[in-house]
Design a protein around this ligand. Structure first.
Ligand code: TZP
Ligand code: MG
Length: 224
């Protein structure tokens, strides 16, 4: 995306192949700082990265996001901030990701302007259509499969396919219980890529895990 233009959906679609979403509990368990985790993910080939913090002060989030942005920029990876529009704008992140109970997507779009990326979490085709109308650039659909990372309903691969159809032409990513073993199913359901927490950040070799995940997605995209 340019400074004035709208987000380029073709570029964004390619950037959504492997979406690494950070989690402080995962990082703590694995003995990694946020910055170490981010560095491992982008070195392994994560194509977009989200910082997701649910229990942190604005000042700490700002400091953390500013440092992560430097690493992401060095690797040409867009940085998306979960929930906190203020933090995203304060550090100059590439985008924001909101859920159904955060600030409304249309309000966030107005706050961030046309050129920053807006992602919205959805579970249903109705939510997908509403998010598209509100100005979302991409959608995260899930939880696709059971996950220990977030307490949320599972939509299954059938639900994922329904959301992908309703989202078009917006790209979507599958989230929730996604791994190298089911990445191909997600792509075949209509996803531009996969969004993962534990498949990268709970692994001892997070960099290697990211590398294998991207290979699985790219293999599925190539044979689609
Ligand atoms: N939103 C829906 S499921 C989920 C989020 C943030 C957690 C995904 O975590 P994991 O470890 O990749 O299943
Ligand atoms: Mg949220």
């Amino acid at each position: 995306s340019g400074a004035l233009g709208r987000v380029d959906l073709g570029l964004l679609t390619r950037q959504l192949r492997l979406y690494a979403v950070t989690d402080p509990h995962c990082n703590q368990k694995a003995g990694r700082s946020l910055l170490e985790a981010v560095t491992a993910a982008v070195r392994g080939g994560a194509t977009i990265l989200q910082i997701r913090e649910k229990d942190i002060d604005g000042g700490d989030f700002f400091t953390e996001a500013a440092a992560a942005l430097k690493v992401c920029r060095a690797y040409g990876v867009p940085l998306i901030i979960n929930d906190r529009v203020d933090v995203a704008l304060a550090v100059g992140a590439e985008g924001v990701h909101v859920g159904q109970s955060d600030l409304p997507a249309a309000v966030v779009r107005a706050m961030i302007g046309p050129s920053r990326i807006l992602g919205v979490s959805v579970k249903t085709p109705e939510q997908a259509a509403a998010a598209r109308a509100a100005g979302a650039d991409y959608l995260g659909a899930g939880a696709v499969l059971p996950t220990g990372t977030k307490d949320t309903d599972v939509i299954g691969l059938g639900g994922l396919e329904a959301v992908a159809a309703a989202a078009a032409p917006l790209p979507i990513v599958a989230i929730g219980g996604v791994s190298a073993a089911n990445a191909g199913d997600c792509v075949n359901a209509g996803c531009a890529g996969i969004a993962v927490v534990s498949a990268i950040f709970a692994q001892a070799d997070a960099e290697g895990a990211a590398r294998s995940l991207l290979a699985a997605v790219d293999e599925a995209l190539a044979t689609k």
